[in-house]
Design a protein around this ligand. Structure first.
Ligand code: SF4
Length: 858
């Protein structure tokens, strides 16, 4: 079988994938990012390429249309808005899911032909603070690190980065390196204990946003311990004195850490030459995210620990092509090819190259401001590309209302039903992963090809082509006459050559003669060049700048909310939500809460909690765990209004942003919490898709169909009618058990001898094994046996899914551990868990520890 060599569409690790139209997915052993590894999300890609739910034809106001009509309308509406209200009255909101070619064309149309910089992207939510911090320190947005540095380091400091779940293959590379070199040390700085913490020698449970105080404390310690690299700082760094002075003014108490922990960390950092500091959303998504980045960079610059193997700061991006978007200028405050919007020479050079009628002269609206402008009536035409801002932006309900106010909204997407598409006047079907061709750049500046191995479904087109078609209809056809993505790529590389005389870090000359079809994963500027090895930076004087960063006054409300990702889901689940394999791992929107907070609220395990801010309310299942600190709540970002009634966590996050980067502070917000006491709770499993209308509902895909968690404040008059309505199963025989004294009701619907739905209702949170109940759907199990909640064929209940690849449940693993499998390897041998993608290995470690079993040495 000939497999197509392509790249995973999820996180910024950028793993190479070998894929085929029959659903075969393998890690590419030759790709330098992953060397054949894939995480659970990547390994399940084959389950996400069906056409269920796809947008296959253009739609205008909900009705199918042909391409010409839809494109004519989009072009006419944008032209009319620009003619009447000026170029700043229109906006694009793009995505790190776009390929570099798509991004390049969108940026060119907006900045060079429409003449406004109102193009921003969901990458603003991901790493804008790193961009701003890099530019302040280096003069350019340069990520100097490589993945190999992680394996060469003697100390890896992970700051605000749950690598085990969010960049699993990088985590696996570090874990493997640590196994090979046991003296390697890992420090995890995170307000929460996460799956990543299990790899760490030291966990610093820093107070939220205490990172500036922590790294300022480190800088002051390095100064006191005379650990600065005098030669490096004198020749290559400005601002050291001011930065140290500001650092000394920081109060270590703002970290929330003990003196013992601080000393341990400072001493380890100071005494280890090869240090890599990895940071991601926990640093970036903050009201002081840029200062956090610079506090980290200060320590590396002061000690000269940058630009050398095994040392340096390393921002890892959340999205597959956040880096590619940065390269082509796909943010509202960038130009193109790492050129500056506020530099007239740069603008002139780009305009000349594009031969464009205009060039934007000032930064456009950053994401949060862009949607505020929609709310204020300033945006008359909006194009949302490959993203779902009505769910993913802070104050998501306010953003949805803002989009609804825009007179003309167009989306280009692969899916038909999303919370944002519901608000659009025109939907344009885009090709998705596996159907389109282009390039992406991963976190280590490595550009790889995404290649098509599937036909375009319906009449879907690649984004670069849709944008070019609109540009042509707006009168710019000559500049957008691309025949294929290779044409776009060639122009992008040619622009880089045309502006090579400007001092920049971006140097794409290695791609000048590249054969696009055969392009192999390649780092810019050259595979062997290390940024800053020569001490040369990109400020006009060639030096780096240390920035004097001050700690910020921290408020301490009774509850703060932190948000993030789950292991097996990606963003708003439009793709991963299709996978039955990925669905069962954390299948319902939840909130992690410390046991003492649960006791304070009177929340028992499984209780539903209203978490509320001035922006809205979410209702979430309580997960009581000491992994979060007292007063801190954590909730995942994935649930949409299509998958849950009240699980969209960004309905309650605040549109507070970092003043330099404009990145929203999604990790730290003030909320209140109280127990929600419905009249009944329910669990429903069915062989058909569920769309329950109960006041609380959350649905998920299962191996046998769908499941729904339910709750309501109204007792139904007739439980059978209720269960049939909720499950959509009007046919079939019903077997029911009920106990009015305990308020429980159990019901099985059977058709042609097979169970089609099972319903469990109770006045308390329903305690049945979800795995066992889901496994009964489609079986010929006797209804009474099924209503007892027992597994089909009397198989032992596997318990909640831990290993998604082999569908291994918690109970199975505990049983194996009790039978002597006392290591992760032994658990793998006994159950297969963790032996494919390895993403569940941290949970296997935690499970062994939790079971209080003595851990044998691996
Ligand atoms: Fe994809 Fe997982 Fe690799 Fe990220 S780590 S690129 S999600 S396979």
């Amino acid at each position: 079988m000939t497999l197509t060599r392509t790249t995973c569409p999820y996180c910024g690790v950028g793993c190479g994938v070998l894929a085929d139209a029959d659903g075969t997915i393998k890690g590419d052993p030759d790709h330098p990012a992953n060397f054949g590894r894939l995480c659970s999300k990547g390994a399940a890609l084959g389950e996400t390429i069906d056409l269920e739910g796809r947008l296959l034809h253009p739609q205008i106001n909900g009705k199918q249309a042909d391409w010409d009509t839809a494109l004519d309308l989009v072009a006419a509406k944008f032209k009319a808005a620009i003619a009447e209200h000026g170029p700043d009255s229109v906006a694009f909101y793009a995505s790190g899911q776009l390929l570099t070619e798509d991004y390049y064309v969108a940026n060119k149309l907006m900045k060079g032909f429409i003449g406004t910089a109102n193009i921003d992207t969901n990458s603003r939510l991901c790493m804008a603070s790193s961009v701003a911090g890099h530019k302040r320190a280096f003069g350019t947005d340069t990520v100097p690190g490589t993945y190999e540095d992680l394996e060469l380091a003697d100390l890896i400091v992970l700051v605000g980065s749950n690598l085990a779940w969010c960049h699993p293959v990088l985590y696996q590379r570090i874990a493997a390196a640590k196994e090979t070199r046991p003296n390697m040390r890992v420090v995890n700085i995170d307000p929460r204990r996460t799956a990543t913490t299990d790899l760490a020698d030291l966990h610093l449970q820093v107070t939220p946003d205490g990172d500036v105080a922590l790294f300022n404390g480190l800088l002051a310690h390095l100064a006191d311990a005379q650990k600065f690299d005098e030669e490096f700082t004198q020749c290559h760094v400005n601002g050291l004195g001011e930065a140290v002075e500001a650092a000394r003014a920081s109060d270590p108490a703002d970290t929330g850490l003990s003196g013992q922990d601080l000393t341990a960390f400072f001493t380890l950092w100071a005494s280890t030459k090869k240090v890599v500091t990895v940071y991601s959303q926990g640093v970036n998504q903050s009201a002081c995210g840029t200062d956090k980045v610079n506090a980290i960079l200060n320590c590396h610059l002061a000690t000269g620990r940058i630009g050398k193997p095994g040392m340096g700061p390393f921002s890892v991006t959340g999205q597959p092509n956040a880096m590619g978007g940065r390269e082509v200028g796909g943010l509202a405050n960038m130009l193109a090819n790492h050129l500056e919007l506020d530099n007239a020479d740069h603008r002139q050079a780009v305009q000349t190259f594009w031969d464009s009628p205009a060039i934007c002269t000032r930064p456009g609206l950053k994401a949060v401001d862009l949607f505020q402008a929609c709310a204020d009536g300033k945006i008359k035409a909006l194009w949302v590309m490959s993203t779902n801002p009505a769910v993913s932006l802070p104050d998501a309900d306010g953003v949805a209302a803002a989009i609804a106010k825009v007179p003309f909204v167009v989306t280009s997407d692969i899916m038909e039903k999303t919370d944002t598409n519901d608000l659009a006047h025109v939907l344009l079907p885009a090709t998705g992963w596996g159907e389109k061709d282009g390039t992406v750049t991963n976190s280590e500046r490595r550009m790889s090809r995404q290649r098509a191995f599937l036909p375009a479904p319906g009449v879907a087109k690649p984004d670069w082509q849709i944008i070019s078609d609109v540009a042509t209809r707006m009168g710019f056809g000559a500049a957008f006459a691309y025949q294929n993505p290779a044409d776009v790529f060639a122009e992008y590389i040619a622009l880089d050559a045309a502006v090579a005389h400007f001092p920049r870090d971006l140097d794409l000359s290695i791609f000048a003669d590249a054969d696009y079809a055969k392009l192999i994963p390649t780092q810019w500027p050259r595979n062997d060049k290390r940024f800053f090895a020569d001490g040369k930076f990109y400020h006009p004087d060639g030096k780096a700048r240390m920035i004097a960063v001050q700690t910020h006054a921290l408020s301490h409300p009774r509850f703060t909310l932190n948000t993030g990702r789950n292991r097996d889901q990606w963003h708003t689940m439009t793709r991963t939500g299709k996978s039955a394999r990925l669905g069962p791992h954390l299948a319902e929107p939840y909130v992690e809460m410390h046991p003492e907070d649960a006791a304070y609220l009177g929340a028992s395990p499984g209780a539903l909690i209203h978490v509320e801010s001035i922006y809205g309310r979410a209702t979430l299942r309580t997960l009581i765990t000491p992994r979060v600190a007292k007063g801190q709540l954590f909730a995942p970002m994935h649930w949409t209004r299509q998958r849950s009634s009240h699980g969209t966590i960004n309905s309650i996050t605040a549109p507070v942003t970092d003043p330099f980067s404009g990145q929203p502070a999604l990790k730290f917000g003030a909320v209140t919490a109280e127990v929600y006491k419905p009249k009944w709770y329910g669990f429903l499993a069915s062989n058909t898709e569920l769309t329950p209308q109960t006041p609380y509902a959350a649905i998920a895909r299962t191996q046998t169909g769908w499941q729904a968690e339910l709750a309501s404040g109204r007792i139904p008059a007739d439980w059978e009618t209720e269960a049939r309505t909720l499950s959509g199963q009007g046919e079939g025989d019903v077997s029911m058990q009920s106990d009015p004294t305990t308020g429980t009701v159990r019901m099985a619907i059977v058709e042609n001898g097979l169970i089609t739905a099972l319903f469990f209702g109770s006045s308390n949170p329903v305690i049945v094994s979800r795995t066992a109940i889901n496994d009964l759907i489609g079986s010929a199990t006797a209804p009474l046996t099924a209503l007892a909640g027992r597994s089909a064929s009397d198989q032992p209940d596997a318990g909640a899914t831990v290993c998604a690849c082999f569908h291994v449940g918690r109970n199975t693993l505990l049983a194996a551990a009790a039978n002597g499998a006392r290591t992760v390897t032994a658990l793998g041998e006994a159950t297969c868990a963790g032996t494919n993608c390895g993403s569940c290995k941290p949970e296997l470690t935690a499970l062994l520890a939790e079971a209080s079993l003595p851990m044998a040495a691996e």
